[in-house]
Write a protein that binds this ligand. Structure first.
Ligand code: ADP
Length: 186
């Protein structure tokens, strides 16, 4: 299965992504993790990305698209993958479509994990990552609403979007995801 996983910061995507890759044997392509690794390794890309990440802004599309293009070419992606945190803009989604069309490997499903803003803010405030300062959290939520939410319509129109209620225990939420993916795989 080739899956895109979309949700605002604090929605619990990381927890559910871990369960999905373990259960379905998918490669986990988290752009946030890749960027943090590049930052910590002090690569050129990592140092450039850090300026945006620490401000809660999206890293420029060309940087992210190049990272994903390289990663999708690695052999473990052939067994299926979970794209976590990418695409996050319409331009990124269009670039992804082009890559997948040329390989004739279309997406199977786009999962949206939906959580209301007040709940997100509470969860993020208790987390303590470097970009979890209140003003940076606010900026990340703004970036999500303005730049990423339009993707819901983009994928909805293609009939790929499935929305998952992100309120409840991790087990509850994973059951909802399994129910949806069971229908996709069948
Ligand atoms: P969250 O979903 O909690 O905001 P991520 O770990 O997915 O966290 O991303 C952290 C930061 O990395 C983002 O705020 C952004 O600066 C950068 N980033 C991750 N993925 C992308 C992407 N696809 N496009 C642009 N920037 C990205």
């Amino acid at each position: 299965m080739r899956i895109v996983f979309i949700g605002p910061p604090g929605a619990g995507k990381g927890t559910q992504a871990e369960r999905m890759i373990a259960t379905y044997g998918l490669a986990h392509l988290s752009t946030g993790d890749m960027l943090r690794a590049a930052r910590d390794a002090r690569t050129e890309v990592g140092q450039k990305a850090e300026q945006y990440m620490s401000a809660g802004q999206l890293v420029p599309d060309d940087i992210i698209v190049a990272i994903i293009r390289d990663r999708l070419g690695e052999p473990d992606c052939r067994r299926g993958y979970l794209l976590d945190g990418f695409p996050r803009t319409i331009a990124q989604a269009e670039a992804l479509d082009q890559m997948l069309a040329s390989e004739k490997t279309p997406l199977d499903v786009v999962l949206e994990l939906r959580v209301p803003d007040d709940e997100l803010f509470q969860r993020l405030a208790g987390r303590g990552r470097a970009d979890d300062k209140p003003e940076v959290i606010r900026q990340r939520l703004v970036a999500y609403r303005q730049q990423t939410e339009p993707l819901l319509d983009y994928y909805g129109k293609r009939g790929l979007l499935k929305t998952i209620d992100g309120l409840g225990t991790p087990d509850d939420i994973f059951e909802r995801i399994r129910a949806v993916l069971g229908g996709v795989a069948a």
